[in-house]
Design a protein around this ligand. Structure first.
Ligand code: FES
Length: 343
């Protein structure tokens, strides 16, 4: 069996009712875990939630707080119809509840907060977008255009906070709401004139799949290159990263991994059916990771020499592969020697 991920027990300091079906959990991170819970705007936490019968489930929830601005980390959770974890949190989690949580992860975060941004959020997709928005307003000087789509007025999360930020921003932030109840769901034809003036900006999109699809279609028609479009999806984890994974069948071929991590180079025999992340953990190393499913990007590292095959990938784009990036949690050796760096 491979090791479980290093989670922390974190107490909920406060629960904020955002809408009738969304709450924010303000988290009291223990002092000894503060460094591990340093985060970038747009990242998420993986939370373990009890399940009937003693089992647990794991879910990823984006941080709506902004580092260096909000005193405490805060995740925002919206009920999913029939969704065990979100309903458990909305109904059962209260001040003092202790949750098991993995440190922040995710690649949905701007390289720089200095430039102009176009932010597109649908429903609870506002959560990581809010974190980016607050950070960019506080630390950058660029202009920010937010298009926020919801079913109706009652579904709008952070409505008052967005109004306050817009008023405070001295014209740098402009928020436009799209309500399906008023105008039907957004379509590319209708979004094109709204987004066209901002098509030269870096774009961050988060929301349900239909919203992502229409947003990407619109940006494609506006000629926005995919390298400028950053997308965060709502994902269900297929495996529980809090639980140990069963060992796989005996490997056939053995390659060599040369891994530069934490300032040292480690040379390890790499069985053909073992994923790089499992190899490093079983060797006693401490590589970064979170979802273990090719979804979050927390395990990203760079190939210096050699080749790997990825079992699954929902994070890296062609540009990332061109720069040598790969996902340790999904990488199997495809050449006799593979040199990898985490620097
Ligand atoms: Fe999430 Fe590898 S740990 S993609």
């Amino acid at each position: 069996m491979s090791a479980r991920q290093p989670f922390h027990q974190v107490r909920i300091a406060e629960v904020v009712a955002e809408t009738a079906d969304a709450v924010s959990l303000v988290l009291a991170i223990p002092d000894e875990a503060a460094a591990e819970f340093a985060y970038r705007p747009g990242q998420f936490l993986t939370v373990r939630v009890p399940h009937p019968g003693g089992a647990t489930v794991a879910r990823c929830y984006s941080l709506s707080s902004a580092p260096g601005i909000d005193e405490h980390l805060k995740i925002t959770v919206k009920r999913v119809p029939g969704g065990h974890a979100s309903n458990w949190i909305c109904d059962r989690a209260g001040p003092g509840t202790v949750l098991e949580i993995l440190p922040p992860a995710g690649l949905f975060t701007p390289d720089s907060l200095g430039g102009d941004l176009l932010l597109l959020a649908g429903g609870s997709g506002i959560t990581p977008v809010m974190s980016i928005l607050k950070s960019a307003l506080a630390e950058g000087r660029g202009r920010i255009q937010l298009l926020y789509a919801n079913r109706d007025e009652c579904s709008v999360i952070f409505g008052a906070e967005l109004r306050d930020l817009e008023a405070w921003s001295a014209g740098r932030l402009h928020v436009e709401h799209w309500l399906d109840a008023a105008g039907g769901p957004p379509t590319a034809a209708r979004l094109i004139p709204i987004l066209a003036p901002f098509a030269d900006r870096e774009v961050f999109i988060c929301g349900p799949e239909p919203y992502l699809a229409v947003a990407r279609e619109t940006l494609g028609q506006l000629g926005v290159p995919s390298r400028r479009v950053h997308v965060e999806r709502f994902q269900s984890l297929l495996e529980n990263p809090f639980e140990p994974e069963p060992a796989g069948p005996a490997p056939e071929r053995v390659a060599t991994a040369e891994v530069m991590l934490d300032g040292r180079t480690h040379r390890l025999p790499w069985p053909a059916r073992t994923r790089l992340l499992d190899l490093l953990i079983s060797a006693g190393l401490n590589p970064p990771f979170s979802c273990r499913q090719g979804i979050c990007g927390a395990c990203a590292c760079r190939i210096v020499r050699g080749k790997v095959d990825l079992v699954h990938n929902e994070v890296l784009e062609d540009e990332d592969f061109a720069e040598g990036y790969t996902l340790a949690c999904q990488a199997l050796p495809a050449s006799d020697t593979v040199t990898i760096t985490y620097s």
